[in-house]
Design a protein around this ligand. Structure first.
Ligand SMILES: NC(=O)c1ccc[n+]([C@@H]2O[C@H](COP(=O)([O-])OP(=O)(O)OC[C@H]3O[C@@H](n4cnc5c(N)ncnc54)[C@H](O)[C@@H]3O)[C@@H](O)[C@H]2O)c1
Ligand SMILES: N[C@@H](CC=O)C(=O)O
Length: 495
């Protein structure tokens, strides 16, 4: 049912990107460093090498920290209004270069181009939002219990921040962290994913063009082999006061341990296992459309992707029929074709994992309604399974692919117990037209974010983050800058 995708002419795509945005050097203190050691960045669709990128080591973290120490003094001394103008300008430049940045995302990450364009708008929204947030950092005065004392609190920039980001949103995960940090006065040392450093380097160039001081924004690409020592150096450096990580829970746990010796402030945006519940009163057509968005965005490779789909037994058959029609509307194909909605997985391991999950689920009694096979090394057909066993690995671990696994439930109590049995708690979704149930279930789901009759919940205005093993802290929303500030209490006495 799904055709074989076209191969991409990489050289032609690169020729459309302005030279300044197509970088392969590390960015440290405003200098583009062409390091002797390199690693290959490949297009996932074909495995073809796009370019070899400078491979940073621990010593480059030390260099970036030295520069950042001076940068911090200078940057925090600016007014919030001055910083806001520069961070906002960064966002404007990101928007103005949308097509080039989207091309980079699609080249190195295999994301369909229309989604990559959407990611750029999402990424720039964090600059605009954080610029405003930085201007609203508030001091508070609390009535004192003593007649001769006054209580005042203030929020101050925490210092140099280390950031480590994943490949699945190579632009938005950078700005969701860096924009608020910069807006409140913190220098940023960024280590992007080894799979997608080109987008981060282009964002570094635009940060310089916007006027972010060279000492305050460093991009250190590192290979898979060099990453652990770069990460450890970031975590253990006493001058780096906070670490903000987005990625898998396993790596998050390592970084938490490594950060303990310097007692850093940590922000961890980790993996999820989102339940998506269709109750008996749900608008089934709306739920099916929302599940397409929540499941297949970025070919299923999002942390908030619907993973465990629970449908009330009384509407199961009807829902499956409606959803199957929605799946046929997905368009598999050339990732640079604007109408393509499903692209390739980040690598062949991603496709093999989905294949293995499908095999195991079928062995445990699941029914296959659609898809089920790999088309090539990195493309997997959008797949629908029902009657999936609760202990099937596609239900117990992140699928991170275009596999929709469904099982039936009988009661609200039962489905809440199943959903909350997970160690993860990032996002959850449910569809119901019973407003009593909407409140009850929203309160009882053990997650950081809930979509109630909605499958698309991400925006810069809302706090993004999870509970349990899905993380610590929140990004965006009214609290997004809190990760990068310290709260100081001043007691004015003898008054
Ligand atoms: N909660 C969120 O906001 C959010 C957002 C996006 C992705 N994610 C999660 O990220 C995962 C997918 O991304 P991924 O495959 O890039 O994750 P990953 O954990 O493998 O890699 C994330 C980053 O960590 C780096 N890294 C890997 N090992 C490291 C080490 N030992 N020390 C320091 N850094 C190290 C990688 O190079 C990369 O930059 C999924 O689990 C997904 O749910 C979470
Ligand atoms: N999908 C997330 C990022 C995690 O993958 C988002 O919507 O911001």
């Amino acid at each position: 049912m799904f055709g074989r995708p076209k191969f991409v002419n990489i050289a032609e795509k690169i020729s459309q990107i302005p030279k300044g945005l197509y970088r392969s050097e590390a960015l440290i203190a405003g200098s583009w460093k062409n390091l002797p050691q390199k690693f290959a960045v490949c297009h996932p669709n074909s495995g073809e090498v796009i370019i070899n990128v400078s491979d940073c080591q621990a010593e480059h973290v030390l260099e970036a920290v030295e520069a950042s120490k001076c940068g911090f003094e200078m940057w925090k001394a600016k007014t919030a209004k001055e910083r806001a103008a520069i961070v906002r300008k960064w966002g404007t430049l990101i928007d103005e270069n949308q097509e080039s940045l989207a091309t980079l995302i699609t080249l190195e990450g295999g994301k369909p181009i229309s989604e990559s364009r959407g990611e750029i708008s999402y990424a720039s929204s964090f600059c605009e939002w954080s610029a405003s947030q930085g201007r609203l950092l508030s001091s508070e005065s609390v009535p004192s219990p003593f007649p001769d004392k006054r209580i005042l609190t203030m929020k101050q920039a925490i210092g140099v921040v280390g950031m480590i980001t994943p490949w699945n949103f190579p632009a938005a995960m950078v700005t969701r962290k860096a924009a608020p940090a910069l807006a409140v006065g913190c220098p940023v040392i960024l280590k992007p994913s080894e799979d997608t450093p080109l987008t981060a380097l282009a964002l570094g160039e635009l940060a310089l063009q916007a006027g972010i001081p060279p000492e305050c924004f460093h991009v250190l690409p590192a290979s898979r082999e060099s990453t652990p020592s770069v990460g450890k150096t970031i975590c253990e450096h006493p001058e780096i006061r906070a670490i903000s990580f987005t990625g898998s829970t396993n790596v998050g746990e390592t970084l938490l341990q490594q950060s303990a010796s310097t007692v850093k402030k940590v922000s961890m945006e980790l993996g999820g296992l989102a339940p998506f519940i269709v109750f008996e009163s749900a608008d089934l057509a709306a739920a099916a459309k929302a599940l397409i968005a929540a499941k297949f965005r970025n070919t299923g490779q999002t942390c908030i992707a619907a993973n465990n789909v629970f449908v009330h037994h009384s509407v199961m058959n009807e829902f499956i029929e409606i959803f199957k029609v929605e799946i046929t509307r997905l368009k598999f194909g050339d990732v640079f074709d604007s109408s393509t909605t499903v692209g390739c997985l980040i690598n062949s391991r991603g496709a093999q994992k989905v294949q293995e999950q499908v095999r195991e689920a079928l062995e445990k009694g699941a029914r296959l309604h659609s898809g089920g096979s790999a088309i090539d090394e990195t493309h997997f057909e959008p797949t629908l399974l029902s009657d999936v066993a609760a202990d099937a690995s596609c239900f117990t671990s992140e699928t991170f692919g275009p596999l929709c696994a469904v099982r039936a439930f009988d009661s609200e109590e039962e489905v809440l117990a199943l959903a909350n049995a997970s160690q993860f708690g990032l996002a959850g979704y449910f569809f119901s037209t019973d407003h009593h149930q909407c409140f009850r279930v929203a309160e009882k789901l053990e997650v950081g974010m809930v979509g109630i009759n909605s499958g698309a919940i991400s925006c810069c205005e809302a706090p993004f983050g999870g509970v349990k093993k899905s993380g610590l802290g929140r990004e965006g929303g009214l609290v997004g800058t809190d990760e990068f500030t310290e709260l100081k209490y001043c007691c004015f006495g003898d008054l």
